[in-house]
Design a protein around this ligand. Sequence first.
Ligand SMILES: CN1CCN(C(=O)c2ccc(Nc3nc(-c4cccc(NC(=O)c5ccc(C(C)(C)C)cc5)c4)cn4ccnc34)cc2)CC1
Length: 285
Amino acid sequence: ASPCDRPVPATAGLSHDKWEIDPAELMLLEELGSGQFGVVRRGKWRGSIDTAVKMMKEGTMSEDDFIEEAKVMTKLQHQNLVQLYGVCSKHRPIYIVTEYMKHGSLLNYLRRHEATLDGNIGLLLDMCIQVCKGMAYLERQNYIHRDLAARNCLVGSENVVKVADFGLARYVLDDQYTSSGGTKFPIKWAPPEVLNYTRFSSKSDVWAYGVLMWEVFTCGKMPYGRLKNTEVVDRVQRGVILERPKACHKEIYEVMRKCWCHCPEDRPSFRALKEQLSVVSQGLL
Ligand SMILES: CN1CCN(C(=O)c2ccc(Nc3nc(-c4cccc(NC(=O)c5ccc(C(C)(C)C)cc5)c4)cn4ccnc34)cc2)CC1
């Protein structure tokens, strides 16, 4: 039969997996830093789109599982989430390509701008509310971050703050990072049920969000100062919580404290937190 009257194969077009990025369309620019996974560089995609490109050092993550998950992650879209554009998975190292955030991590931004930020309650609260909106979207999608902290949020122009690397922790191979006894495990952002049973949930993300609020209102101090991980675990198990930062109004600290309820079900949802924080924010005006 002539080609014109043969039905078009159902897979036509699907061979270009839309989460797969052609490296030929990517121009790598300056290094932005290096993290757990290796080097991160700024890049231009299709000549004009600013991107950040994580070049995944071999052996640092379970790549096939991640590439499978990338299909889901590219569908998570919100103005307070760093957008995953796609992956280059046909070569090694694989590249993870996301939107670019020009001011870098929220933690470094807070520390670099302490002089202008300290005391600007409205701006600090707005940053917390933006993170809360991104997290409320993930909560609605039943998506758990697992490593929410100021270091894993990014700042763009006009003080836009977005949550990055949501869910990526599941693919890290280094058990110093993944096991709660490991030296790289984010103990200071973990609630009791994660310390004891590594039971992650949106309510364990809420605990971490409370610590992130504390980071914001201290302009990037290290939670629990120089206490060793074992001492922090002991305090958290006993219900000792972070003290109120001096720049933090009592009503804002009350919101933080709710995030640190011992029982996950007593903690507010991100949806409820968003409501509470916007009421506080209006009260400030
Ligand atoms: C004026 N200042 C000059 C200095 N400065 C910068 O150099 C600077 C500017 C922009 C930056 N932007 C980004 N930087 C990064 C970046 C840079 C270095 C390291 C990392 N992060 C990682 O490599 C990393 C993240 C998470 C994880 C876990 C454990 C959660 C799985 C592991 C590894 C990200 C990612 N981005 C995604 C979107 N935008 C960026 C980063 C840095 C900031 C501006």
